[in-house]
Write a protein that binds this ligand. Structure first.
Ligand code: SF4
Length: 488
């Protein structure tokens, strides 16, 4: 159960819903124009969230907040909005669509007034004990304004018995469990934190400035840096808390970290291909996954065709490894949102037709290898295979650049409940028939790990979180005991 606002009134009701926070975050610490820089960074992180966007700035006297529903370009379309966000310090957030309706009060960053001054928080990820923490905070008299996990941090900081902001922040961090990357802004510091397993990404960059020690950037992905003219410094480490103020940057590690378990699905699908995560180019990783797929599941064909955009690098890798020509047989319109995030099956079905069209020249009378990043519900794959056949392909062989998605994600990626995952309810052969392909193959778990530079998946201690493929959940699912029981 979540405490969340009712859709049609201001009173709070208990809502049966999972709120995921797969998002993009930005933090800026410089001398001026932080809002413009944050907006540029958020624009580069648009793929991590298209539902809503927000920026909080601090101008050394006051905090300023603007949040809205829609894309970054829509929320900050009016230039007066940015000029009304003065100051050299900012945090920003892009929110991904979730189940349930969109509500402004869930749009981050969240802001609160404390005895030590204003404090704003934005986060990407999902707390696996947020509901329990909320229930206990509500019993202690805390009033929740939203159903986002960020508000749990705000309340935990408010009720903490420690004196300093940073001690309160760490006190809050020690009570939460889950996958999160956080940015927070107080009147004298910018704080960034990553969960102890480093499931969600977070990086540190530097802005060129007169006083280099005063110009820092925090971002979900390196692709945000280029748009701001910033340079990459390093990944924020799992379990690390970075504190930035006018004296510079310091790092503390309040957790004893055992191992990293970065989300392998960021490499497969979620991150932007031009990002570099943990010294690995997402683009190169996707090409290597395609090459692994070609080696594991070769087939005689005339063309390799990606399902754009996310299947493109893997298809390039498959084509290069198999020496079969790469062709753009499907053209994607960029002017509607991702079907992955649209809320109903009916609209999702319609969305596929709107989004993809076939390029007959590349498909007619051809044996086609179609490459996609994953199969979630299967609706998209079925429709695309039908379209490719209708364009004259004589055979359609579907190759998937990830293992079968059989398990839901509880760490911030908005996969549907397990019963809706096609690979959970169907064998590969049943999936093939349902989708209507001539053959269907997924990259193996070991193949995926090989593409990321490992010999194979170490079953005792896998290097990545891969729970949506393996069911091996590295963080306890405290709020989701029922779901876990179902999974096992
Ligand atoms: Fe990523 Fe899958 Fe783990 Fe979720 S369950 S964090 S999508 S690897």
């Amino acid at each position: 159960m979540n405490y969340s606002p009712h859709h049609h009134c201001d009173s709070f009701v208990l809502e049966e819903d999972r709120f995921h926070e797969e998002c993009g975050v930005i933090g800026i610490w410089t001398t001026q124009d932080a809002a413009s820089l944050a907006a540029l960074g958020l624009h580069a992180l648009q793929h991590r969230g298209q539902e809503a966007s927000g920026i909080v700035t601090f101008d050394n006297h006051n905090f300023h907040v603007h949040r809205g529903l829609g894309l970054v370009g829509e929320v900050f379309a009016d230039p007066r909005i940015i000029s009304n966000l003065p100051g050299g310090k900012a945090i920003g957030h892009n929110r991904y669509a979730t189940t349930g309706s969109t509500q402004l009060r869930n749009v981050q960053p969240l802001y609160g007034d404390f005895e030590f001054g204003g404090f704003a928080v934005a986060h990407n990820g999902n707390l696996t004990n947020a509901q329990r923490l909320k229930q206990s905070l509500v019993r202690r008299g805390c009033l929740f304004q939203s159903s986002t996990d960020s508000e749990v941090f705000i309340h935990l900081i408010a009720v903490s018995l420690y004196d300093t902001v940073i001690d309160r922040f760490i006190d809050a961090l020690k009570q939460v469990q889950g996958a999160y990357s956080l940015v927070a802004l107080s009147k004298n510091m910018l704080i960034a934190a990553r969960d102890p397993l480093g499931v969600r990404p977070l990086i540190l960059g530097k802005l060129p400035s007169i006083e280099p020690s005063q110009s820092w950037v925090i971002a979900s992905e390196t692709c945000a840096l280029l748009s701001m003219g910033a340079e990459f410094v390093r990944d924020i480490e799992p379990g690390e808390v970075v504190i930035i103020n006018d004296e510079g940057l310091r790092s503390i590690k309040p957790f004893s970290c055992t191992s990293k378990r970065f989300c392998i699905f960021e490499y497969v699908y979620f991150a932007r291909p031009d990002s570099i995560i943990d010294n690995t180019s997402v683009y190169d990783a996707r090409k290597r996954i395609g090459a692994e797929l070609a080696q594991e599941s070769p087939i005689d064909a005339d063309v390799v065709v990606p399902v754009p955009d996310s299947g493109v690098p893997a298809a390039l890798g498959y084509a290069a490894a198999s020496h079969i020509p790469f062709e753009l047989g499907i053209i994607r319109s960029h002017y509607i949102g991702r079907t992955f995030i649209e809320p109903t099956d009916q609209i999702r079905h319609l969305g596929v037709k709107l989004k993809h069209s076939t390029n007959r020249v590349a498909l007619k009378d051809k044996k086609v290898i179609l490459i996609d990043d994953s199969i979630v519900r299967g609706t998209t794959s079925k429709k695309i295979v039908e379209m490719v056949r209708a364009a004259g392909a004589t055979e359609v062989h579907l190759r998937i650049a990830s293992p079968p998605t059989k398990f839901s994600c509880f760490y911030g990626i908005d996969t549907p409940t397990q019963e809706k995952l096609l690979a959970y309810t169907h064998t590969t052969e049943d999936m093939r028939q349902l989708i209507g392909a001539d053959s269907l193959a997924f990259v193996s778990e070991d193949g995926l790990y090989r593409a990321l530079g490992e010999k194979s998946r170490n079953k005792k201690q896998p290097k990545y979180c891969d729970a949506c493929f393996t069911g091996d959940y590295p963080i306890p699912l405290i709020d989701h005991d029922a779901s876990l029981a179902k999974v096992k």
